[in-house]
Design a binder for this molecule. Structure first.
Ligand SMILES: Nc1ncnc2c1ncn2[C@@H]1O[C@H](COP(=O)(O)OP(=O)(O)O)[C@@H](O)[C@H]1O
Ligand SMILES: N[C@@H](CCC(=O)OP(=O)(O)O)C(=O)O
Length: 387
């Protein structure tokens, strides 16, 4: 990612601007109306929803929406493992990693075949993009993926993204495709992410749809619980977290039911369906979003109250004098968590020095005053929202 991209991104895309104009993050009607103006749409569809005529219905909707007023669509599709389990004649989803990977490899080609057939019938080209978390944690590979996706959209093709499960073991996995979709959102500069599942949205304790979420912490997280279903891997908790992260990238997010007729069209028309999370008006640049929500911290920097305040409210760098200690073994350029004296993670950033250098310099600074050393520069630092 270049500095230019960083600066451009902070100005906000269609969703960011719409959000700032009408404050849809506070007003459900304005937020629904803003969906009509969305132009780059990511549709994530879960394993549970991919059976029967699901591909044909998806193809019909994408064909109807695409190209109209400059709209483009990207699909993040699960389903490889479920299809592979059936193809290999396994009784249930395997637990063993190599067998899961085998199922994904066997199923991914069937998955793409389904997309080829269904989208081909309505005259659309599809293209397979397989990613691992290690790809998106690498700046060069991230840029390559961004350029390839942009070229595919320019060529009029529909990218179908999935995790490259055959090579992804635990430490380089996204976790699930909801998180993959949230990470791809800033990469595609999407202004709307639609998470399609087997439920009509986030449901409350009485099983009623929650139409609009203002605050994930107050209104959504407790409802989603720590659910993980048998077929998919994410559950509602993962969708809610993915929604939170994508809204911070300036995208609106709707969780909706894949089985509902014309669901994508209805969402994009501003109808009151599914659960809407409105884009935050002050969105993070793609680079800062990448630092905070794609990279995984290699360690932590424990800061004193003065430093916590300086980075929180004054947009300052973290200087060695405010560092109380470090955890982990990070190197310069690695992602680190920034933790305040209460043990709360308040920020994430890229370290300017290794863990051992940071610990040594901080010790020295506490003993003798002098010019200060930057441990995390403010350009590489993202203060996390309090919720
Ligand atoms: N509060 C909630 N509202 C709606 N669904 C919930 C809630 N809590 C847990 N869930 C579960 O989340 C599931 C959807 O997530 P998941 O299994 O990952 O689906 P997918 O394969 O579509 O990604 C639903 O089938 C439901 O059982
Ligand atoms: N990459 C996996 C998807 C795993 C996953 O996140 O599934 P889901 O929760 O159904 O979206 C597959 O293709 O089976």
């Amino acid at each position: 990612m270049t500095d230019t991209e960083d600066r451009t991104a902070t100005k906000g895309g269609a969703a960011g601007r719409a959000a700032a104009d009408a404050a849809p993050e506070l007003d459900p009607q304005a937020a629904r109306a803003a969906l009509r103006r969305c132009r780059r749409i990511i549709v994530k569809i879960g394993s549970k929803s991919l059976s029967g005529d699901a591909w044909d219905r998806l193809a019909a909707e994408v064909a109807a929406l695409r190209g109209r007023s400059g709209r483009s669509l990207v699909i993040v599709s699960s389903g490889a493992i479920a299809l592979g389990v059936a193809k290999l004649g396994l009784k249930s989803r395997p637990k063993d990693m190599a067998w899961l990977q085998a199922a994904a490899a066997a199923g991914q080609s069937v998955l793409m075949q389904r997309y080829e057939e269904a989208f081909g019938k309505v005259g659309l080209l599809v293209a397979q993009v397989l990613l691992t978390h290690a790809d998106l944690a690498d700046r060069t590979r991230t840029n390559n993926a961004r350029n390839a996706l942009a070229a595919l959209l320019e060529a009029g093709a529909i990218p179908i993204i999935n995790e490259n499960d055959a090579v992804a073991v635990e430490e380089i996995k996204f976790g699930d495709n909801d998180q993959l979709a949230a990470m791809v959102t800033p990469l595609c500069e999407a202004d709307l992410l639609i998470l399609l599942s087997d439920v009509e949205g986030l449901l409350d304790g009485d099983g009623r749809r929650v139409p609009f979420v203002r605050s994930v912490a107050r209104e959504a997280r407790h409802l989603a619980g720590a659910s993980t279903s048998g077929v998919g891997t994410g559950g509602m908790a993962s969708k809610v977290e993915a929604a939170r992260r994508a809204t911070l990238a300036g995208s609106h997010v709707v969780i909706g039911a894949a089985r509902e007729a014309g669901i994508i069209t209805r969402i994009v028309s501003g109808e009151d369906v599914g659960t809407l999370f409105a884009a935050v008006p002050q969105r993070l640049s793609a680079r800062k979003h990448w630092i905070a929500y794609t990279l995984r911290p290699r360690g932590a920097i424990l800061v004193d109250r003065g430093a916590a305040e300086a980075i929180g409210s004054k947009n300052r760098s973290i200087l060695a004098v405010g560092v109380l200690g470090v955890r982990g073994t990070f190197l310069p350029g690695d992602a680190v968590a920034v933790v305040d004296p209460d043990g709360t993670e308040i920020a994430r950033g890229l370290a300017r020095m290794s863990a051992s250098d940071a610990a040594r310099t901080a010790r020295k600074k506490r003993e003798e005053a002098g010019d200060d050393d930057v441990v995390v520069h403010r350009d590489d630092l993202v203060v996390l929202p309090s919720e």
